[in-house]
Structures are given as structure tokens and as C-alpha cells.
Design a protein around this ligand. Structure first.
Ligand code: FAD
Length: 368
């Protein structure tokens, strides 16, 4: 049996950042992560100003890691497009590289990082949490969208599936998509294209289960639908070379979930971080910023002797209304008419796009 000050379950951005911060403050931390090599995570890999500020604070060398700067956002519907500058700085970096760097940082700060270990059960031994034979008074739950038995979320699941694939774009197109993020709508979902390190782009798609079923649950059929229904977007992929055999997928995404005060664990030093605390719709591109922010606030709370309940209440005040606002914009955009209306508004006044980009974010973003 190992005794520690804190156990972190989950070594994505939230868990790794929290472990690094606590270990840097002299706490004995054991982190468990089930993904042995930070496997492919379904994510748009867009880092907004809030995420970048948190990463700067952790001294993560984004530029040296190859992060690609992004200055504007372009929306397309059919053959029409509208572009506007982002009101905050932003960049793209693969999750493989980012998560790997944060886990290495946690190790350098002194955390005991145990990769390739899935925690199957959490138990209580008096006032201590027990995970895989490690006992500690404080538990940080950072398992992302994956729930642990007994710590689950009663949130309704949204009927969406997410896909992600890295591609190497044809020469001219790499430059065109190098400084902006692209979002293209199609029936039943939308796609995002984000430049990442090494000249690659990350294609990330969200599609409703119904539409995917109608397409025979087939990735190639989904790409063909994208090419038909979002030609302006899809033209950027002409001649692109896939860098993986199959896309990574995720389903049952609880968009709009925010941990309610008084929920499971509030009284037992159980801190919910990242997607375990709240899940902002993907189009906001702010889940990573929120996860990093939650790690910092939790570490501060633990070091200053605060309570998990106070931490959850403070974080909720900061992010809940923005998560709900983003979920509302997402619901409006789900319907064809709503999508058309948002698009027409942005064409008429491109600043509206800038406003939506700023207004649906939960993390604070300094201007570029
Ligand atoms: C389609 C899609 C696109 C997105 N695009 C963006 C974007 O462009 N920008 C952005 O900022 N956000 C985006 N997000 C959101 C972002 O990916 C998440 O908010 C973020 O990853 C949350 O970080 P986390 O650390 O809480 O969880 P995760 O990054 O999911 O990490 C959880 C970790 O816990 C580990 N784990 C799980 N269960 C166990 C267990 N039992 N034992 C041990 N380890 C375990 C997993 O292996 C994983 O490493 C997107 C989300 C989706 C679904």
C-alpha cells in the first residue's frame, strides 16, 4: 500500500496539469492514466487564448512543440463562406503532443505518473480514498468523458458521434488553412479543420447518430456527404493524404453537462476536473482551456486547505452560464433554419462571428 497526499485519476490535460501543479508545491501525487501512449483522442486540437495562457503559466513551450498560430475563423455553408478575425490568440497542437508534454511535466515536477493503468474501482478506507492500492485523503477525478463506477454523472447524453483524423493537405491548401480554423456545416452536423504541427491538419467531425445510421455507419459515406453538402469546406481536403488508417471516434458526449453543487463527492475531498466538471460543446473549442483552468483552481484550493464543495461552487460560477450559452447556440445551429439564420447574420455582419467565438467560451481569453 502506498500513501500519498493526492490521487489523480486520468492523465489528460486536466489531470496532468493538476498533478504538475500539486507536485510542484511539494505534494506527494500519484497519477493513473489508462492510455499508455496518450492514444488518439477525438478533439479539434484548437487551443484558444485561455488554454494558451494556462499553458504559458505552466511553462509549456508551445512554439518549440510546433504549435501553429491561428488568426481567424471561416464558416462555410454549401458554397458560401464568411471569415472573421478571432478576438483572442489561438493555435493548433495535436493532443498526442500536448498530453505527452503535460504528463512529462508532471513527472519532472515530482508526481508519480503511472501510465497504462486503468483505475477500475475507487473505495474508501476511513477518511482516505483508495485506488489501485494507493491511499490519499484527496482525489482528483479527471477521467474526461469516461465515468468511474460510483462517481458517474446523471447527465443526459446527446445523440452525437465525434470523429477525428489527421491528414497531410495538398501543397497549396496547407498554406491556405495554415492561419485559420475552418468550420463547415452539413446535414446532421459540422466539420472542423485545424492546422497542427508538422504540416498536418486535424479533421474533426460531429454527426448525429440518426444521420450516421442513414449513411450506413460508414466513414467514407460520411466524407462523401461532406463533399456534397459542404463543398467550400471539403475542397480544402482535395488531394489530402490520410495519416492514419481509420479515424478515432467518440460517442455519447454529454454536451452541456455542469456538475451540480452538492453532487457526488462534494463532501469527501473529491475534486472533479475538466470534462468531469463540465462539458462545453466542441464548436466553442474551449474544453482544453476549461480543463486547464479547473486544474489550477483545484490545486490552489487543495494547497490552501479549501474544500471540494467550495471549489466546485467557484468553478461553476465561472463557467456554468457560458457552457449553457454555448449549448444553446449549438441547439439553434442543429436545425437547418437556425444554421441558415446564424450564417446569414454572420455574412451580414462578420463581427457576429467574432462575437459568437468570444461569447461561447468559458475560459477567460486575453485579446491577441
Ligand atoms: C469532437 C470533439 C472536439 C473537440 N474539440 C476541442 C477543441 O478543438 N479545443 C478544445 O479546447 N476542446 C475541444 N474538445 C473538448 C476537449 O477535448 C475536452 O474538453 C478535454 O479533452 C477535457 O480534458 P480532460 O483532461 O478533462 O479529459 P481527457 O482529455 O479526455 O482525458 C481523460 C484521461 O483520463 C484517462 N482515463 C479515463 N478513464 C480512466 C480510468 N478509469 N483510469 C485511468 N485513466 C483513465 C483517459 O485515458 C484520458 O487520458 C472537443 C471535444 C470533442 C468531443
Amino acid at each position: 500500500m502506498t500513501r500519498a497526499d493526492a490521487i489523480v485519476v486520468g492523465g489528460g490535460v486536466a489531470g496532468a496539469a493538476a498533478a504538475a501543479r500539486l507536485a510542484a508545491q511539494g505534494r506527494e501525487v500519484v497519477l493513473f492514466d489508462s492510455g499508455d501512449r496518450g492514444g488518439p483522442k477525438v478533439c479539434g486540437e484548437f487551443l484558444g487564448g485561455g488554454a494558451m495562457a494556462e499553458l504559458d503559466d505552466l511553462a509549456v513551450p508551445l512554439q518549440a512543440l510546433g504549435a501553429v498560430g491561428v488568426r481567424s475563423i471561416r464558416l462555410s455553408l454549401g458554397r458560401r463562406t464568411v471569415e472573421a478575425p478571432l478576438p483572442f490568440r489561438a493555435c493548433g497542437l495535436s493532443r498526442r503532443r500536448l498530453d505527452g508534454e503535460l504528463l512529462a511535466l508532471a513527472g519532472r515536477c515530482g508526481a508519480d505518473v503511472r501510465r497504462g493503468t486503468r483505475v477500475r474501482r475507487l473505495t474508501r478506507a476511513g477518511a482516505l480514498w483508495d485506488a489501485e492500492g494507493v491511499r490519499a485523503p484527496v482525489l482528483l477525478l479527471a477521467t474526461g468523458k469516461h465515468d468511474l463506477p460510483g462517481c458517474g454523472r446523471p447527465a443526459p447524453e446527446t445523440p452525437y458521434i465525434g470523429f477525428k483524423a489527421h491528414l497531410r493537405p495538398a501543397a497549396g491548401r496547407a498554406i491556405r488553412s495554415g492561419y485559420r480554423i475552418e468550420i463547415g456545416f452539413y446535414d446532421g452536423g459540422y466539420a472542423g479543420l485545424q492546422p497542427v504541427e508538422g504540416g498536418a491538419v486535424n479533421l474533426c467531425l460531429i454527426v448525429s447518430k440518426d444521420r450516421y445510421r442513414a449513411l450506413g455507419r460508414n466513414w467514407e459515406a460520411l466524407l462523401a456527404a461532406l463533399a456534397r453538402e459542404a463543398p467550400a469546406f471539403a475542397s480544402l481536403l482535395d488531394g489530402a493524404e490520410p495519416l492514419t488508417d481509420r479515424p478515432a471516434t467518440v460517442s455519447r458526449i454529454p454536451y452541456g453537462w455542469v456538475h451540480a453543487p452538492g453532487g457526488i463527492g462534494d463532501g469527501r475531498h473529491l475534486y472533479r476536473l475538466g470534462d468531469q466538471f463540465a462539458v462545453i460543446p466542441s464548436f466553442a473549442g474551449d474544453g482544453i482551456g476549461m480543463a486547464l483552468r479547473s486544474a489550477r483552481v483545484a490545486a490552489d484550493s487543495i494547497v490552501s486547505g479549501g474544500s471540494a464543495a467550495d471549489f466546485h461552487a467557484a468553478l461553476g460560477r465561472e463557467v456554468a452560464s457560458r457552457v449553457r450559452r454555448a449549448a444553446l447556440v449549438g441547439r439553434v445551429a442543429e436545425a437547418g433554419a437556425g444554421r441558415g439564420l446564424i450564417f446569414a447574420g454572420c455574412r451580414l455582419a462578420p463581427r457576429m462571428l467574432t462575437w459568437i467565438a468570444a461569447g461561447t467560451r468559458a475560459a477567460r481569453c486575453p485579446p491577441p
